[in-house]
Design a protein around this ligand. Structure first.
Ligand code: ACO
Length: 267
């Protein structure tokens, strides 16, 4: 059984955590396998959008407490650092992934799971999904970036409450708190994610990559630094895609076949 599954359908790569019997807890093996799969798909021309989901009742129950913590700690500092670099490594790859990414959160999402949740550009959850920074419940702080995720996405009060109490929140509250984009009934989850992926598939891919990176980068910049970054980012994107935006202007101004305020140009 492969611990990370994927299939490509109509330019969407459906990647899933596949350890349902362990609620998709992230073990070192799973982390290594996920990195391989992400590498395989990143520059595959058959893939336009990547969706990350989970088999069974969990998206992911976070880090594997036995294999990731107990067993790697038993190997000493070298083992700990290696396990960290394997997990943080694929989350980082996913944060800056070449293709747009959507977390399709089908169930439980705990602790370390906030790393890949944040790495995905967009997140849609089933109303049945539940989220928790459960670290405090077993005696650690939310590490592996989870505290940073909470403070980036939630208000200070909500982040503090969430991290200090370890209480679960449901998907509706997760959407209210901006941890995810929206929550939908479970029977609509795949259709809604497909619909969203199809919107992204119609966009200029060079502009999409530049846009998603810009959203992450500029949030930490002053206005003037952001202005400068965005000029340079657009000019860099132009060097990969000289014709795309000119074609968009042509279809609007000359052909009058679309209006950019209302839809996307025909790529
Ligand atoms: N690490 C290791 N094993 C896990 C994990 C985990 N994070 N989560 C579940 N499992 C294992 C269980 O030990 C159990 O194994 P077993 O069948 O060999 O006994 C199996 O998965 C099924 O788990 P259950 O608890 O029986 O499943 P249930 O559906 O009743 O509950 C739930 C699901 C709520 C997710 C529960 O398993 C749980 O609380 N898991 C831990 C969640 C958590 O706090 N994760 C750590 C976050 S902190 C961090 O990531 C740094």
């Amino acid at each position: 059984m492969t611990i990370v599954k994927y299939k490509i359908e109509n330019r969407i790569a459906w990647v899933s955590f596949n350890r349902p019997e362990k609620r998709n807890a992230m073990s070192p093996e799973l982390n290594r396998e996920m990195m391989k799969v992400l590498n395989e798909l990143e520059f595959n021309d058959d893939v336009g959008v990547l969706v990350l989901t989970g088999e069974g009742t969990a998206w992911t129950a976070g880090m594997d407490l036995k294999e990731y913590f107990r067993e790697t700690e038993a190997k000493g500092l070298g083992g700990i650092r290696q396990a960290q670099s394997e997990s943080y490594g694929w989350w980082r790859k996913l944060r800056w992934y070449q293709k747009p990414t959507i977390a399709m959160v089908n169930g439980w999402c705990f602790g370390g799971g906030y790393g890949p949740l944040y790495s995905c550009d967009l997140a849609i959850a089933s109303l049945e999904a539940k989220f928790g920074l459960s670290e405090i419940n077993w005696g650690i702080l939310p590490g592996g970036g989870a505290t940073k995720v909470a403070t980036d996405l939630l208000s200070m009060r909500d982040a503090m409450y969430h991290a200090m109490t370890g209480e679960l929140i449901n998907a509706e509250k997760a959407a209210q708190w901006n941890l995810i984009n929206e929550a939908v009934p479970v029977e609509q989850l795949k259709a809604r994610v497909t619909e969203l992926a199809e919107i992204l598939l119609q966009k200029n891919p060079v502009a999409l990559k530049a846009t998603k990176d810009a959203i992450r980068r500029v949030s930490e910049m002053t206005y003037d630094n952001a202005e400068d970054y965005l000029i340079r980012a657009q000019e860099a994107a132009n060097s990969f895609d000289n014709e795309g935006r000119k074609e968009g202007i042509r279809q609007f101004i000359d052909e009058k076949t679309f209006k950019p305020g209302l839809s996307t140009y025909d790529i």
